[in-house]
Each structure stands twice: as structure tokens, then as C-alpha cells.
Design a protein around this ligand. Structure first.
Ligand SMILES: *Cc1c(COP(=O)(O)O)cnc(C)c1O
Length: 401
């Protein structure tokens, strides 16, 4: 294996709902959630049944042909990402979040190319420092983290990074020929940073005024995780393009770019493509995932569970404030998020706490060097939150002597 990952010392063998088991039979409560993929937990019976049935029927066709599942996933996402005025987007299915971002990037650049005026093609892409949009050369160019870009240059031309949440800085960076703005409504990888109130609507207004396209990266925040289908809905905005992935395929690789119709037209026949994107088995899993999220009314539940988890983390922060060397005034803002994407900023001990929690049967991920990130499944209940908070408290007790 290429040494790019430093996996925790456990070999995962099986999962059910919010639980995972390792190859030695040890049980873990999973707040890592496959880094945001397993929103319905592991092996949801309806998703498993859909995958099994589709695998037995047809696994792959390529996009040289239509298949029903592909059409239905596009229909569902189109309806879910309307522009608020009755216009629904058009959808391009991919195998990953990065590919959804790549598709959006190409769509934005080509849309602006087709409407260039007086020889001026708008190419400038503005995005936020600390953001994460993938690791391909396009995605990495948008990803505002110098340590991830180091040694891979030159990056894509005419991409500018500005501080997240600072509308004036964003406006100043647009330049005379802005093409588009890419933002996560909540930066996941970058430390669970929630866009300040009014920021996204300010960005949308600015984009409309300057003729730039507004792209929401909902790969980590979308599909109901924050208590609404898309995190941008909390700010009442309607992005021109939306990137979707992680939970979409119910654990199978599936992503999507949704673009409003006149924008999607820029990717006409032959302008983009994918062999596997929208594969029948992943589409069947996605349809089952959408059905369960809707049918079991799980999106309001994500909001309620997330609020309950944040309360428990706030109590932990207070309890360990002294040992984290925090004054009461330093505590607010250290537990942050929305619904089932939550971060807790614990400083230099984050890595050690995570490792200790893992040993005690509780999984989470990091978001940068100082933040523990939790992406639990919506199939949990209060008892899982209680158990998780207890194990995390034990781990903090052990690390923060
Ligand atoms: C995970 C993620 C990506 C990249 O998705 P992959 O499926 O890993 O390619 C892009 N943007 C955001 C916000 C993400 O969380």
C-alpha cells in the first residue's frame, strides 16, 4: 500500500447500524461514519436489499446506454436541488466527491467561455482558505490548504483563496473576470467551521451582481446531515451548482453535480464523461438511501440528535476546561456544527484523545490538528449519544492528566 494513509491499528470486519466490529471481535461505536458516508449507519437492511437485487440484475452498462436507476437518481436530485423558482437542476453522476467538484469546475469554466464578451473569458475561481474540495489537480487547486498542495504545483491557473466568512475579502478577490465561487457551507475537513450568518447570502448576491456562478460543495454537509437536505438551505440561498457525494450512494461510490439548466447546457454532448459514474448498483443503493431518509423522516431527527450531541460535548468541555487550560471565556465556539456534523476543538491533545477513545471502543476522526470531528449515523438514539459521551469522557480523563 502506498504510505499515504496512517490508519488506526484496527482491521474492520463488519458493521450494523451505528456499530462496527474489528477482526478480533471488539465492538466500536462509530462516530467517524466512514468520514461522512454512513449517514444511515452500516448495512441498512433496505440499502443492502437494494444492492443485492440490483447486483443480481445488472452491475454495469456504461453511459453509452440509459438505465432506469440512473434516470431516477437524477430526477430525485434535480427535485431536491431546485432554484426555488420552480426550475430544477440537471444532474451529472460521478463516482466520488472529487469528481463532482471536477465536473462543476469544468461546467463553470466552460459556461463562462461560451458567454465570453469582447474577448474577455471569465476564468477566476474564488474559494476559501481551510476549504476542502478533493485531491485531483482541479480539486486540490480549489482546496485552500497549503500543506496539501505542497510539492504538487503548479496548481490550476487563476484560483484565489480568501479567508472563510469574510465577504469583503471575497469581493476584493473576484477581479474583473470572475467565473465562480466554490464554498462549503460548513468546512468539514478544515475544522468544522460554520459559515457565519449572512455570509452565504452575501456571496450569492455578489455572484449574481458580478455574473459569477455560486457553487456549494455539499459533499460532506448534504443529504440531510445538518437537519435540512442541503446545508445552504439554513441560509435561504440557491446555489447555481451543487456538489453531492459521501452519503449519496449508501456506502457505494456515487457523487453528483447538480447545475441549473442553462448552466448545465455548457456540458453538451462529448464535453465531459465517466465510465463508471452512475453505475446501476450505486444508483440502486442511492434510491434506497433517499427512500429511507424521506420515509423514516430522518432529516428532522438529524437536527435533534446533533443538538443532543453538542449539548453533551459542551458539558465535556466545561468538565475538562481546567485540564485543557481553558478560561471560561475560551470555551464558546469550541463545540460547533449543525445536525450530525460536529467538531470539538480540544487543542494539541486531539490526536491522543482520538487514539485513546478508539482503544475504548469509540471512533471519530480529526479535522486538522486540534479538532475532533463527529459524523454519526442518523439511526442512533439518545442511548448511543450517552454511551459515546461516556467513553469520550473516559478517554479525555486518561489523556488529560
Ligand atoms: C470528502 C470531500 C470531498 C472529496 O470527496 P471524495 O469522495 O473523497 O473524492 C470534497 N469536498 C468535501 C467538502 C468533502 O468533504
Amino acid at each position: 500500500m502506498v504510505p499515504t494513509y496512517a490508519p488506526l491499528p484496527l482491521v474492520v470486519a463488519s458493521g450494523e447500524g451505528p456499530w462496527l466490529w474489528d477482526s478480533a471481535g471488539k465492538k466500536y461505536l462509530d462516530f467517524a461514519g466512514g468520514i461522512g458516508v454512513n449517514l444511515l449507519g452500516h448495512c441498512h437492511p433496505k440499502v443492502v436489499a437494494a444492492i443485492q437485487a440490483q447486483a443480481a440484475r445488472l452491475c454495469h452498462t456504461s453511459n453509452a446506454f440509459l438505465h432506469r436507476g440512473h434516470i431516477e437518481v437524477c430526477e430525485r436530485l434535480s427535485l431536491l436541488c431546485g432554484n426555488g423558482q420552480g426550475d430544477n437542476g440537471q444532474v451529472f453522476l460521478t463516482n466520488s466527491g472529487t469528481e463532482a467538484i471536477e465536473a462543476a469546475l469544468k461546467c463553470v469554466r466552460r459556461y463562462q467561455y461560451l458567454r465570453a464578451e469582447k474577448g474577455h473569458t471569465r476564468t477566476r475561481l474564488v474559494t476559501a482558505s481551510g476549504g476542502f474540495h478533493g485531491r485531483s489537480m482541479g480539486g486540490l487547486s480549489l482546496t485552500g490548504q497549503a500543506k496539501l498542495q505542497e510539492g504538487f504545483g503548479p496548481m490550476l491557473d487563476d484560483v484565489v483563496h480568501v479567508p472563510f466568512g469574510d465577504l469583503a475579502a471575497l469581493e476584493a478577490a473576484m477581479g474583473p473576470h470572475p467565473a465562480g465561487v466554490f464554498l462549503e457551507p460548513i468546512q468539514g475537513n478544515g475544522g468544522v467551521q460554520v459559515a457565519p450568518e449572512g455570509y452565504l447570502s452575501g456571496v450569492q448576491d455578489l455572484c449574481r451582481r458580478l455574473g459569477a456562478l455560486f457553487v456549494a460543495d455539499e459533499i460532506q454537509t448534504g443529504m440531510g446531515r445538518t437537519g435540512k437536505w442541503w446545508a445552504y438551505e439554513h441560509d435561504n440561498v440557491h446555489p447555481d451548482l451543487v456538489a453531492v457525494a459521501k452519503p449519496l450512494g449508501g456506502g457505494l461510490p456515487l457523487g453528483a453535480m447538480v447545475a441549473q439548466k442553462d448552466i448545465a447546457a455548457a456540458l453538451d454532448t462529448g464535453k465531459h464523461g465517466t465510465t463508471f459514474g452512475g453505475n446501476p448498483v450505486a444508483c440502486a443503493a442511492a434510491l434506497a438511501t433517499l427512500d429511507v431518509l424521506e420515509g423514516d423522516d430522518l432529516i428532522p431527527k438529524a437536527a435533534a440528535l446533533g443538538a443532543g450531541w453538542m449539548q453533551r460535548l459542551e458539558a465535556l468541555m466545561l468538565r475538562f476546561a481546567d485540564r485543557l487550560k481553558l478560561a471560561p471565556a475560551d470555551i464558546p465556539g469550541r463545540v460547533r456544527g449543525r445536525g450530525l456534523i460536529v467538531g470539538m476543538e480540544v487543542g494539541e491533545h486531539a490526536k491522543a484523545i482520538r487514539l485513546e477513545a478508539t482503544k475504548r471502543g469509540f471512533l471519530c476522526v480529526l479535522a486538522g490538528p486540534s479538532v475532533l470531528r463527529f459524523l454519526p449515523a442518523v439511526v442512533m438514539d439518545e442511548s448511543h449519544l450517552d454511551h459515546g459521551a461516556e467513553v469520550l469522557a473516559d478517554a479525555m480523563e486518561a489523556v488529560l492528566l
